[in-house]
Design a protein around this ligand. Structure first.
Ligand code: SAM
Length: 492
């Protein structure tokens, strides 16, 4: 059995099991925007920048130009566009009832694959992944300066977010030992790979279409913008940037699954498409309008996608990667069983703090560890009921083995951290942390707590090994060969 609590060092994207790769909200978006998946610094970085503010705010004149640009295109929002703790945000001008319109944005202002195709670079972007071609579009338009129709919008976009994607090496040291670090490094490799490929295949051979030079950091910027602001769940228009609507911030207090945006037409006879954003809850005049970006995203996903985390234990998750080793003498049988139960050679289990282990995890573990005298369960006559058998302890040796392997993996993952939970909690208690340090410490605490929780579950199991009921006893009971007290009934 191969068990990995970390993502493998990422040199190839095949290894990556990154997050469901979407834009602000929603998951399992079917666009290709989904990717294939120190030292302790106790006090020094507490107040480098004001909490929650990732980027410097746009100047008054930039805001004014953006506002005029919108007004000229008939965008009449029921919100003001203001500086808020989360950067820029949308603030209600008057009381807004639940479901009331915040802003409507016509299709002509959306940036998506259609915009790319209709643009000067469309003819060379045909075969590209949508996020790559939209990134090229954003950078090309930026490069045009005042000649770009999109300048007022491009100027208002933030230069960075607090996503670890934009962290310095020093910042990244703060998440040493975490899965988030592995994922971030993997993602950076992936973006670099895509940049090199598009540079070689599209940009360099068509230099006349791309007069301005783009660097890897530019490409990262475009990726980060799409990642943090494109609206998902728009069907044919997935991966769209919707100016102004994309300034809506995430509110952790919004817990409804209702999707507050949609695409539609205005009036019965009109064919013109509009994106409408509504408020999911009542908002008082002068208060900021928030939406829920995604109730199902983990803190690591929130951090990577948007550059913030929530103080909510349910957002703390840890992905356990289990694998049936190819060198296992029963590899083919085990794989067959795993596949008949919807899994494969490798299985990923997202473990959430404070919640029971995923139901399929123990059977998969027992299967991967099966061997010795238990191997008879792999015979073809057991193929149908085998999963039911694996849902309960198979034998003491099998159960003991999985406990040992998991506990050892937890110990090793915990030892990769430079701080204890208590040290991290003390840093948190200081308050007013630099946003990136706040994310790093929050993620560290979350991951360590889950590792301790998993370890605790298997430690308790180890203590029960002598009293657990195993396959053979269950079988004898079923056959009426074991009495109530577990004694073997002999023929008289
Ligand atoms: C869709 S944009 C919203 C507009 C953004 N505030 C801006 O000024 O560009 C998403 C970004 O806003 C910020 N943001 C949104 N909600 C936040 C929250 N609850 N806490 C901290 N930052 C938030 C993050 O930088 C995130 O990447």
């Amino acid at each position: 059995m191969v068990l990995s609590l970390h993502f493998p060092p990422s040199t190839s994207t095949d290894h990556l099991r990154l997050f469901r790769f979407v834009s602000p909200t929603g998951k399992n978006n079917k666009t290709d925007f989904q990717l294939p998946r120190r030292r302790f610094l106790p006090t020094s970085r507490t107040t480098k920048s004001p909490p929650l503010r990732a980027q410097s705010l746009p100047s008054a004149s930039t805001i004014e130009s953006f506002w005029q640009w919108l007004a000229k295109r008939d965008v009449v929002p029921s919100v003001n566009f203001e500086a808020v703790p989360e950067g820029m945000g949308l603030v209600a001008r008057e009381d807004l009832g639940k479901g009331e319109l915040v802003v409507e944005v016509p299709k002509s202002l959306w940036i998506n694959n259609d915009s790319v195709m209709a643009s000067g670079i469309g003819s060379v972007c045909g075969g590209l992944k949508p996020w790559v071609s939209i990134s090229l579009f954003l950078l090309t338009e930026k490069g045009k300066g005042i000649k770009s129709d999109w300048k007022p919008y491009l100027d208002i976009l933030p230069e960075v977010t607090d996503s670890p994607l934009f962290w310095s090496e020093e910042d990244l040291l703060e998440i040493k030992g975490t899965q988030l670090l592995q994922t971030t490094l993997g993602l950076k490799e992936y973006i670099k790979f895509e940049f090199q490929r598009v540079e070689e295949d599209v940009i360099l051979p068509n230099k006349h279409m791309f007069p301005s030079t783009f660097s890897l950091p530019d490409f990262f910027w475009a990726f980060g913008i799409l990642r943090s602001r494109a609206f998902p769940r728009l069907g044919d228009y997935d991966l769209s940037l919707i100016p102004l609507a994309d300034f809506i911030n995430h509110g952790s207090g919004i817990t409804t699954r209702y999707c507050p945006w949609e695409i539609g037409t205005k009036g019965i006879f009109s064919q013109k498409l509009f994106f409408s954003l509504k408020t999911p809850v009542y908002v008082k005049a002068g208060d900021q309008v928030f939406i829920q970006y995604d109730l199902d995203k983990s803190n690591a996903e929130l951090a990577l996608d948007y550059g913030f985390i929530e103080n909510n234990p349910n957002r703390n998750t840890y992905t356990l990667t289990l694998e049936i080793a190819e060198s296992d003498p029963f590899y083919d049988d085990k794989l067959d069983i795993a596949e008949s139960n919807g899994m494969g050679k490798t299985a990923y289990f997202d473990i959430v703090l404070g919640q029971p282990l995923p139901t399929q995890m123990l059977p998969y573990l027992r299967l991967a560890a099966l061997g010795g005298t238990d191997a008879f369960l792999l015979e073809s006559i057991f193929r149908k009921p085998v999963w039911d058998h694996l849902e309960l302890p198979v034998s003491q040796s099998n159960e003991e083995f999985i406990c040992k392997v998991i506990r050892k993996a937890c110990e090793s993952a915990l030892s990769a951290h430079q701080t204890t939970i208590e040290q991290d909690e003390r840093i948190m208690e200081q308050g007013n942390l630099d946003p990136r340090l706040g994310i790093a410490v929050g993620i560290r605490i979350g991951e360590k707590k889950i590792l301790k929780m998993i370890d605790g579950i298997f430690q308790d199991r180890e203590l029960e090994l002598d009293i657990l009921e195993y396959y053979q006893e269950r079988r004898l009971k079923d056959l009426g060969l074991v009495g109530e007290q577990g004694e073997i009934i002999f023929w008289e």
